[in-house]
Design a protein. Sequence first.
Length: 207
Amino acid sequence: MKQAIVPFIGCVGLVTIIGCAGTGEVIPIHLRATPAAAEKAAAPATPLRVAIGVFEDDRRYQTGLGVRTHLWGGVSYFDVPGNKPADAVAHALTEYLTAKGWQVVKPGNSEGADVAIAGQLQEFIVHAKSRVGFTEITAKTRLVLQATNSTDGSVVRMVLNGMGAEDVFWFEPHDVEDVVNEVFADSFSKLSQDTTVVNRMLRLKQQ
């Protein structure tokens, strides 16, 4: 009977260590929003020249992005490197549009750009909750984009809402990045799906 109890206690101890490990740490989230292969193939023949302007952080709570709740108590925190989510989103959008075939000019060099895009990050929440046997990951975003056409000064305004969730058996930080990046990639795709280019100006498609 004594020999049967020892392995069981050892297993409980191992689970306890795994559940508590890393509590209190800050888990960085690197944004890399990449368009799907089908979207890349549909790159415009005459790409727009786009200037990515200032992205403001208009979130209600601007300390971190969310938490991971550990199974046996304690929490870890999510944030982007540099603690500037709005800047990270602007950079991710730049990479996304570049991969789509748009000509994105360098920040501060908007001269000659067809369109200037500014943004307001209104929501960016990430949570991971460890349960028995799995960890539940959720992400929610809200980004307002304002594209100003240089030709006539007209403005295209879009509200991009994103949401994603996934359950993983063994939690790794890249699992959170995968969910978040997929949410942003889906949101960014709406910029090209719901707009069209007319005389080098961005217009909303007629619904």
